[in-house]
Design a protein. Structure first.
Lengths: 122, 729
């Protein structure tokens, strides 16, 4: 059965190629464009991994991550930040909240696929 | 003692003395004569009583007239001569005796006047010599004063207790909370500005202008640096003025010849505009970098996919091409519109000093006393790693977070963990309790760290942004039950020592030639004000003009004038001259005296606005006024409505004049001024009268000293004894 990936980003220019990339790598993909939608979609879609942008309207990626990590049912959910915020401090913030990986934009497709596969196979 | 009293005392003593001698002679005579002779005398006295009585009355009247003549032509002129000669000899050498009296007394007065002429001529020659010698020194002082005035930075020099000894105009401009009430009214209309609280002025406390904690912290830091023999001992902090100006303050110690603190100097630069500009620029650059990264990410990912999957569906390919086209256009727009060379100026002037991270933690424990019981754990951290911080602000920020944690969640920080795994120093504040939500932390970020009247009314977010730092909830998998806040501070790899190091100012045994003010020899501000010498005290000489002379009957203040006296000098740059709206018409008969009309006081502040202004101006000084009982009564009548109560000691030049010139009846301001050689230029103008009173007061101080009145207490006690203290309004 194909692993499920939820892509959370408010910019279609990012989500469209990412969705295509993940589908080509035989993942089951769902795309949402806000933090609130992501929290709802996770309960319905039950993804194995979330590709999460930080800068989202209303509830941002950090808040989504904190809420997921507070929920014992989502203990095994892998969270990968995909963000244009690239300072050491931003990465440290993401890791502090319990993210499994922090990928900075611009990223290479191969790198994203490798990180996703590594996390899902571990 | 009044003259009449002196005369009657003199007469009583003379009569008592004469009568005593007459009685003794009569008793001796009575004892020596025989009983027969006594009988003869009694019979003779009884038969011729009226002749004897008339003779007695005549002799008594003659004796009285003789006494009066003797008092008026010899005794009284001598008393006046003593007072006036003393005045000639001290404050008014131009004064000459004009004495009515006997020929001998007049000759003596002429002789004294001739001596006065000679002394004045000699003094004139000496004064000329001294003046020419002083001119050179004055020129040097003027050079210093000009340099100080022209400095773009504000400068304050203070003694050890924070009294201002020297300031320049720029410091006054940026620091003076004391806007004149007229300006205040204008400002109030715009933004409900607060009443002035502090003034820049000689011998005023710097702590009325700048939060004491900020300066004390800087001085402590300087002391630490001096103890470690560091070269650059200056300390910086930022102060936010009431008008929200952000001032960068550099503190420098001034050491005496034994390297002990003799005072400190504060150098101010207004960095408001620069900080705002830098903040906007940084925000702009941050947003631009994010947009750039997003666009490049989209293009890179899309192009890679088109290369990797050349056989993708045509519709998919078109979607991808559209993304590339849109993002390329967005990038071009950004380059064209937003990328400017201004990014080169993005370096902030917020004073961040390099410090060892372990030193920072030690300061944190030292300053935040309530943290002393907390365990400090240092792991994965090189003790030599450095951070750049504004110690005071960052310690305040941490205290703020811990206090909120206690207040809102009743959680006490139990452990501080210090780690530095990469390029960031991480300070973990750990407690036994649930973790903190990001939302809560963001709410706290927008709150000011201190109360508005304290030194740093910045928000947590502002302080952290200046440090390029962040505070963030940390989820520790090893300690699931514990809450943790992690403070990230960027690490400094290596800090090249600045070439622009301020040298420590140390006073030389011999004063520098360009600087001749005797600033540091003053004694400290003693709480026992009354024991201090009159010449050492700081005074506020003031006067009020009123609608009439009956404070209890509803007369109101319409003008306040005041001037400060420091070190025996009238400070003409530190004055108040304020018209006041009495909220009632000004009677025509009073306008004749002061010339203030209803039209002139239109739009002027009312007494409840003007009185706090005088109160702050006169803070920590002795009040001086002419006929102070009246002015003080006017002020007291406003205590209830304004809530302002003047508790300063008060001296009255009318009383003081009566003390030094008891032989003179008239102690009005005009007469005293004329007697002491003070010219009155603006009579019945509040400031004009205050200045004249000030000049009179300064002339009276040496005369008081000659009478053995040296301290404030001496002057107050002597004042109470004078006749004029019985005057009540």
């Amino acid at each position: 059965m194909a692993k499920k990936i939820l892509i959370v980003d408010d910019e279609p220019s990012i989500t469209v190629p990412l969705k295509f990339l993940m589908e080509q790598n035989r993942f089951d993909v769902m795309v949402v464009h806000s933090g609130e939608d992501a929290l709802t979609a996770i309960d319905v879609f039950e993804p194995d991994l979330v590709l999460l942008d930080v800068m989202l309207p209303a509830v941002d990626g950090f808040q989504v991550c904190q809420r997921l990590r507070e929920n014992p049912l989502r203990k095994n959910l892998k969270i990968v930040f995909l963000s244009a915020m690239t300072r050491d401090l931003d990465i440290a913030k993401g890791n502090t909240l319990g993210a499994d990986a922090y990928i900075t934009k611009p990223f290479s497709n191969a790198e994203v696929v490798r990180q996703v596969k590594d996390l899902l196979s571990g | 003692m009044k003259l009449n009293n002196k005369f009657w005392l003199f007469a009583a003593v003379c009569i008592a003395f004469t009568n005593a001698i007459a009685v003794i002679l009569a008793v001796l005579f009575w004892r020596q004569i025989s009983p027969f002779e006594r009988q003869m005398l009694i019979r003779l006295f009884s038969e011729q009583f009226w002749y004897f009585f008339a003779t007695g009355v005549f002799l008594f009247a003659a004796f009285g007239f003789t006494l009066d003549w003797f008092f008026r032509f010899y005794i009284l002129p001598l008393i006046q001569m003593v007072e006036e000669t003393r005045m000639m000899n001290t404050v008014n050498p131009a004064h000459r005796l004009k004495i009515d009296g006997s020929r001998e007394i007049k000759e003596l007065a002429e002789l004294i006047n001739a001596c006065g002429d000679q002394v004045e001529t000699a003094k004139h020659i000496i004064d000329q010599t001294v003046e020419s010698a002083k001119a050179k020194t004055e020129a040097e002082k003027n050079i210093l004063a000009t340099i100080m005035a022209e400095l773009t930075q504000g400068v304050l020099i203070c003694d050890t207790v924070g009294r201002i000894l020297l300031y320049n105009r720029q410091a006054q401009r940026v620091l003076d909370k004391a806007q004149r009430p007229e300006e205040d009214l204008e400002a109030e209309k715009k933004e409900e500005s607060a009443l002035p609280e502090g003034f820049v002025g000689l011998h005023r406390s710097v702590y009325s202008l700048i939060d004491r904690n900020l300066i004390q912290y800087a001085l402590k830091e300087i002391q630490r640096k001096l103890d470690r023999s560091k070269k650059n001992v200056s300390s910086h902090f930022v102060v936010i003025t009431q008008k929200r100006r952000q001032l960068l303050v550099e503190t420098l110690p001034i050491l005496d010849e034994d390297k002990r603190f003799a005072g400190f100097s504060l150098i101010f630069s207004d960095i408001t505009h620069q900080l705002k500009h830098t903040g906007q620029l940084n925000e702009h650059l941050k947003n631009m970098a994010k947009s750039l990264r997003s666009s490049i990410a989209a293009i890179r990912s899309t192009v890679d996919l088109m290369i990797q999957f050349p056989d993708m569906a045509a519709e998919q390919k078109n979607d991808f091409l559209e993304i590339v086209s849109e993002q390329a256009e967005a990038l071009s727009r950004m380059l064209r519109n937003e990328l400017t060379e201004t990014s080169l100026y993005a370096k902030s002037r917020w004073p961040l000093a390099p410090i060892l991270v372990t030193d920072f933690i030690a300061t944190l424990q030292d300053e935040a006393l309530f943290l002393t019981d907390i365990d400090l754990e240092v792991t994965e951290c090189d003790a030599r790693c450095m951070i750049r911080v504004d110690n005071y602000a960052l310690v305040l920020a941490i205290r703020f977070v811990l206090e909120r944690l206690k207040k809102e969640f009743n959680q006490d920080c139990s452990r501080i963990r210090l780690t530095a795994p990469g390029n960031l120093v991480q300070v973990d504040l750990i407690w036994d309790g649930p973790p903190l939500k990001i939302e809560t932390l963001r709410q706290w970020s927008s709150l000011p760290l201190t109360a508005p009247q304290e030194g740093l009314p910045l928000t947590l977010k502002e302080v952290l942004e200046h440090h390029h730092a962040e505070i963030w909830p940390h989820t520790d998998s090893q300690e699931p039950g514990a809450g943790c806040l992690r403070l990230f501070i960027p690490m400094v790899q290596s800090e090249r020592p600045s070439e622009d190091v301020r040298q420590v100012a140390q006073l030389l045994k011999k004063r520098p030639e360009f600087y001749d003010f005797d600033l540091f020899s003053r004694t400290g501000q003693s709480p026992e004000l009354e024991k201090r010498l009159l010449g050492e005290l700081t005074y506020t000489v003031f006067d009020t003009e009123t609608t009439g002379l009956d404070p209890r009957g509803g007369d109101e203040i319409i003008s306040i004038g005041a001037i400060r006296v420091v070190n025996g000098r009238l400070l003409h740059a530190e004055t108040i001259h304020q018209l006041v709206d009495p909220c009632r018409p000004i009677p025509g008969e009073s306008i004749k005296y002061h010339g203030i009309t209803d039209r002139m006081i239109e739009g002027m502040p009312t007494i409840d606005k003007a009185l706090p202004f005088l109160y702050h101006f006169a803070l920590d000084t002795v009040l001086v006024a002419h006929n102070a009982a009246f002015d003080m009564r006017m002020l007291e009548m406003k205590e209830k409505t304004t809530g302002i109560r003047f508790t300063n000691p008060v001296l009255d030049t009318m009383h003081l004049s009566a003390i030094v010139h008891p032989a003179h009846e008239d102690h009005s301001l005009d007469t005293i001024a004329q007697r002491l050689g003070v010219s009155l230029t603006k009579r019945h103008d509040a400031l004009g009268d205050a200045i004249a009173t000030g000049e009179v007061f300064l002339k009276i101080i040496p005369l008081l000293n000659e009478k053995g009145i040296y301290t404030l207490k001496d002057a107050l006690v002597a004042s109470q004894r004078t006749y004029y203290t019985r005057l009540k309004y």
